[in-house]
Design a protein around this ligand. Structure first.
Ligand code: DX5
Length: 235
């Protein structure tokens, strides 16, 4: 039996559950957001895809704005968009307080993350599976969160890439050793079978899409079960 990995010191940041809206019924998008909040999620992540940075196309700021007044949890925009600087202000105006920019999507990452702050939101940076954490260590002062993708972005329902765990742990160790106030979010294949390993490695913001909607006991159970499994890694 392999020994359980030991959580890193200083990994006592609160766990947050952030649903991806990809699996929801888009014909009832507003009610789906209300249902997610009633089920106990801490924030809502909107997966913005442009069909160029990723091989899929989703929606723009207008849809986000249409549901902003329905719930009071924080909104974050995960911009899977090539060169997204131009559209950042529109997602801020739509009600997203946190804007996630992919390190691979811009030429001047420091400028793009600084521009998120100039637009009145907080910044986060995302890393695709092949992108090393070293690409973002010099901009951690500009972000409140690093999103480590545990799938190649573009679609929900993909398999979790467990080889991202050492990467999560390396980043968490760097954050702790440098006394930084930065969350680590994971996104892709997060569910009952994978959340504990991601949490043990050092992730504390957990994005789940398909796992929340396939729980036969319902959405609220799925959210509480995911949170309980993450919390259990610290007991
Ligand atoms: C990028 C998307 C998905 C989604 C989560 O592909 O951002 O990762 O949020 O999808 P699940 O939880 O179904 O893997």
């Amino acid at each position: 039996m392999p020994s359980e990995p030991t959580p890193l010191p200083g990994t006592d940041r609160p766990f947050e559950i952030a649903p991806s809206v990809l699996p929801v019924d888009f014909a009832n998008f507003g009610q789906a957001c209300v249902d997610l909040v009633e089920a106990g999620v801490d924030r809502i992540q909107f997966d913005i895809m442009d069909g160029r940075f990723v091989p899929n196309l989703t929606f723009g700021p207008d849809l986000v704005a249409s549901v902003r007044s329905l719930v009071d949890v924080p909104f974050e925009a995960h911009l899977m968009v090539h060169e997204p600087d131009w559209i950042v202000p529109q997602f801020v105006d739509a009600g997203c307080g946190l804007i996630i920019v992919h390190a691979e999507s811009v030429i001047h990452l420091h400028r793009s993350l600084s521009a998120v702050g100039d637009a009145g939101a907080r910044a986060a940076v995302a890393l695709n599976p092949a992108t090393p954490i070293e690409d973002v260590l010099d901009v951690l002062d500009l972000v409140e969160m690093v999103l480590i993708m545990t799938v190649n972005p573009g679609f929900g329902g993909q398999s979790y890439i467990a080889t991202m765990e050492p990467k999560i742990a390396r980043l968490r160790r760097h954050i702790v050793e440098h006394g930084l106030d930065v969350d680590i979010e994971v996104d892709g294949g997060i569910g009952p079978a994978t959340v504990a390993a991601a949490a043990t490695a050092g992730a504390n913001v957990l994005v789940a899409g398909s796992a929340l909607f396939r729980d036969p006991a319902g959405l609220a159970h799925a959210v509480s079960d995911l949170r309980a499994r993450a919390e259990a890694t610290r007991s």
